[in-house]
Design a binder for this molecule. Structure first.
Ligand code: DHE
Length: 521
């Protein structure tokens, strides 16, 4: 009897110990596959969410990682798991993601080249569209995240023309060629696609990275630059067929590598400008056939008095020191200054001509989704306005003095802000919180909210884009059973609804290729 009681006691003890012991590696792997793999990839290489490998988590302390897994991450699709997982399970997941991958991840020229797909030969396709519209520059593309499709819309009739499948999880603005015939998409897992809108056909695809931020197309339509989180590279592609030309390993003098926050084209400079996430630097890569002599070299080691010949390089790189990391940035309309912000909400202005920070402490409370900043004329001066992902306010900043003109209080943090040269209004969403179904309309002349729309109560209303003439504003209802809702931009009355599957960004060809001050560039 005693022996039986002792056996039961020891079995119970073992069970209790087991319940409190760290999970077995196989349990954690199963947990990861069940809860994380769909967005972060089964091998932690990233997809909809970022890669979860030690090299990609350098700026996130383990304590903060526990908080993100428990409570989610503001301004992303990352939900909180505190209700589903125990604290031991969350702790074991954190250990798991900070441990090195089983296999080394290499995504170099050989792997990139091997992924290349040539779908159609551009030369054999017609340069006339296979559909009839009045204005080819008033076309829109709508990215539907719900089932990973893209819809081509006629901006005059406001009707869909065609719908095609995209790669999984497109993110960031697609970029058009100058004539609006071709468009380049980037997916979060590194696929770059070139699509011929006139022929409704893919031209080529290539996987330029494992985990990609965005892409930029040179203003002369010759090059595509891809910014990656994994590996830590910028990849230059030939815009004709997407074949790789050059890989830039992104690292500082000490050999520390960095993820790239974003890359954009600066047309008057013949350059791509990239912000780095783990090194406080801005990179400028010149793509002209005759880059300025010594471009980039003077930032480091060229002394004009030394008598040495300055360097002339192909695609020369200029590294500009910043005061802090730049998680994203935005240009002035002249492409001289960039206005950047770190995830912690520290804003800074970098002057690209003089190559240094000129305003180290720009007042940007919360983190702006800076691709969404816009500019307009207010009382004779240019102001920039951006929503903030952490606080319910739109910051309006004078671009000459860099002083805050006004913080406009909104019903919650917003993702996207848009306007157009032909409308007195700027539209800003309330993407988070109980008022995520609201869309504010701000009068650009008074900086006051003049109307708050609630197109579908309870469903997120987000991202506006205007028709070429600015007469209509198109709004996304961010839901599988969603819609693009068209508003008269003057009366603010609804005109029509086009059912869509979680439509996110919408991109008007004319507004994009003319780099309208009211839209993202
Ligand atoms: Fe975006 C654009 C960064 C989360 C939808 N987003 C961009 C751009 C950057 C960026 C740098 C500009 C790229 C360009 O134009 O080439 N986005 C980030 C983030 O750092 C953040 C906060 C975290 C992350 O997960 O990367 C983030 N973004 C999201 C989302 O959760 C959104 C709402 C849904 C999604 O697709 O994941 C989202 N981002 C968008 C959209 C654009 C965008 C629709 C293009 C807007 C435009 O009009 O140009």
């Amino acid at each position: 009897m005693l022996k039986t009681a002792a056996t039961i006691k020891s079995a119970l003890f073992c069970l209790i110990m087991l319940a409190h012991s760290p999970l077995f590696a196989s349990d954690t792997d199963a947990l990861y596959q069940q809860h994380c793999a769909a967005c972060h990839n089964a091998k932690r290489l990233g997809g909809m969410g970022p890669a979860l490998l030690p090299g990609n988590l350098k700026r996130l302390r383990k304590k903060a990682a526990i908080d993100v897994i428990s409570n989610g991450r503001v301004a992303t699709q990352m939900p909180g798991f505190a209700e589903k997982l125990s604290s031991d399970e969350i702790a074991s997941l954190v250990e798991y993601i900070y441990s090195p991958a089983d296999e080394e991840i290499v995504w170099d020229l050989a792997e990139i080249n091997a992924s290349h797909i040539r779908h159609n030969d551009e030369a054999s396709l017609s340069d006339k569209p296979v559909f009839a519209v009045d204005d080819l520059l008033n076309l829109f593309l709508v990215v539907e995240l719900g089932d990973h499709h893209v819809t081509l819309l006629d901006g005059d009739r406001l009707e869909p023309i065609h719908r095609f499948k995209s790669r999984f999880a497109l993110h960031g603005g697609p970029k058009y060629s100058n004539d609006g015939r071709f468009v380049y998409f980037a997916s979060r897992d590194g696929w770059i696609s070139k699509y011929d809108i006139y022929n409704l056909k893919l031209i080529a695809e290539i996987r330029a990275g494992i985990n990609t931020r965005n892409l930029a197309v040179s203003h002369d339509d010759r090059y595509v630059m891809v910014a990656n989180y994994l590996p830590h590279t910028l990849v230059l592609l030939d815009a004709a067929d997407l074949k790789p030309i050059k890989i830039f390993d992104v690292k500082n003098d000490a050999g520390k590598t960095s993820r790239i926050s974003a890359v954009y084209t600066a047309p008057p400079r013949d350059s791509f400008i990239a912000a780095l996430k783990d090194i406080p630097e801005v990179w400028e890569i010149n793509y002209s056939d005759q880059p300025p002599v010594g471009f980039g070299q003077w930032m480091h080691d060229y002394n004009p008095e030394s008598g040495e010949e300055p360097l002339v390089q192909e695609f020369p790189l200029r590294r500009i020191p910043a005061d802090d990391y730049l998680d994203d940035f935005f240009f002035d309309q002249e492409y001289v200054s960039i206005i950047g912000a770190s995830r912690e909400g520290k804003g800074q202005v970098v002057d690209l001509d003089v190559g240094r920070v000129i305003v180290p402490d720009l007042a940007l409370p919360g983190m702006p989704h800076l691709g969404s900043g816009i500019t307009w004329q207010y009382q004779g001066r240019t102001v920039l306005a951006t929503p903030n992902l952490r606080s319910g306010r739109v910051s309006v900043i004078d671009m000459e003095t860099w002083e805050t003109v006004k913080h406009i209080e909104t019903l919650g943090p917003g993702f996207f802000m848009r306007s157009h040269e032909n409308t007195p209004y700027a539209w800003v969403d309330v993407f988070f919180g109980p008022n995520r179904d609201a869309m504010h309309v701000i009068d650009k002349r008074s900086l006051e909210i003049v109307k708050t729309l609630r197109p579908v109560p309870g469903k997120t209303a987000a991202h506006i884009e205007f028709t070429r003439d600015g007469k209509y504003a198109l709004l996304s209802i961010w839901d599988p059973d969603g819609a693009v809702i068209v508003y008269d931009a003057a009366t603010l009355e609804e005109v029509k609804r086009l059912p869509m599957n979680k439509p996110s960004g919408k991109y008007n060809v004319y507004n994009k290729i003319t780099r309208s001050a009211g839209t993202s560039h």
